[in-house]
Write a protein that binds this ligand. Structure first.
Ligand SMILES: [Zn+2]
Length: 230
């Protein structure tokens, strides 16, 4: 990445020799002149989602915990029947109760999959925010996370249940955040396309077999300032 954290060298930037914003070089110029080797001036970290998801589903407890969405959708459909038959009030207590998400569920056949007990699906969202790491020192570190929407709402935002995605070191705010998100999203696309689009091949401890886990990317989130930057 650029030493001033403007953008990283992914996608359309991958072959550039210097930053398009501040023109700082991509590679260490001393090293390049000394022996021609291309040593990066600065790097950011992406923590791959696939191994994290595979590790969770390896334990029966972890696999069971990720079945919230199935049971919630069943509950919502039962509630909707009661609303239309008995005139009861619809209770909106989770993101899955929204009309947009319910039509998405229909569109991609999430409920059909569950009924047939075929490949399990996993719904995730991404979020990103800046963090000042020192009280009295200016710092601008950006942290990206994955949120597993298949955990119950009272646990899905707990620190232990959040998957790290990326960290962008300072010193400045990123000028092109998409270039930093590229690596994690590229990896996610690879997981989705595994097995001719069936999804990531993993061990499911609750089913006691190897399954294809279909990963659905639901929301890209950030705070208002982060959204403006994106
Ligand atoms: Zn730059």
């Amino acid at each position: 990445m650029c030493i001033n954290s403007c953008h990283t060298y992914t996608g359309p930037f991958k072959d550039l020799e210097s930053c398009c914003y501040c023109h700082e070089p991509h590679y260490d110029q001393d090293q390049l002149q000394r022996d021609g080797s291309k040593v990066l001036c600065q790097q950011f970290s992406t923590i791959l989602l696939g191994p994290q998801l595979a590790a969770i589903r390896c334990s029966a407890e972890g696999a069971e915990e990720q079945k919230y969405c199935d049971s919630k959708l069943k509950e919502i459909y039962e509630m909707m029947d009661k609303v239309s038959e008995d005139g009861e009030e619809m209770v909106y207590d989770d993101i899955w109760c929204g009309a947009d998400l319910l039509s998405l569920v229909e569109e991609i056949g999430m409920t059909e999959n569950n009924e047939l007990d075929s490949c399990p699906s996993l719904v995730i969202s991404a979020s990103l925010d800046g963090a000042q790491l020192y009280q009295n020192k200016k710092s601008d570190c950006w942290i990206g996370i994955w949120i597993n929407q298949d955990y119950a709402p009272d646990t899905r935002f707990k620190k232990k249940k959040i998957f790290p995605n990326l960290t962008i070191p300072g010193p400045n705010k990123p000028k092109h955040i998409d270039s930093f998100l590229f690596t994690g999203l590229h990896h996610l696309a690879a997981l989705q396309n595994e097995g001719n689009g069936q999804g990531q091949l993993i061990w499911d401890a609750s089913a006691n077999e190897v399954v294809h886990q279909c990963i659905i990317f639901l929301l890209a989130l950030a705070d208002a300032l982060g959204m403006v930057k994106q």
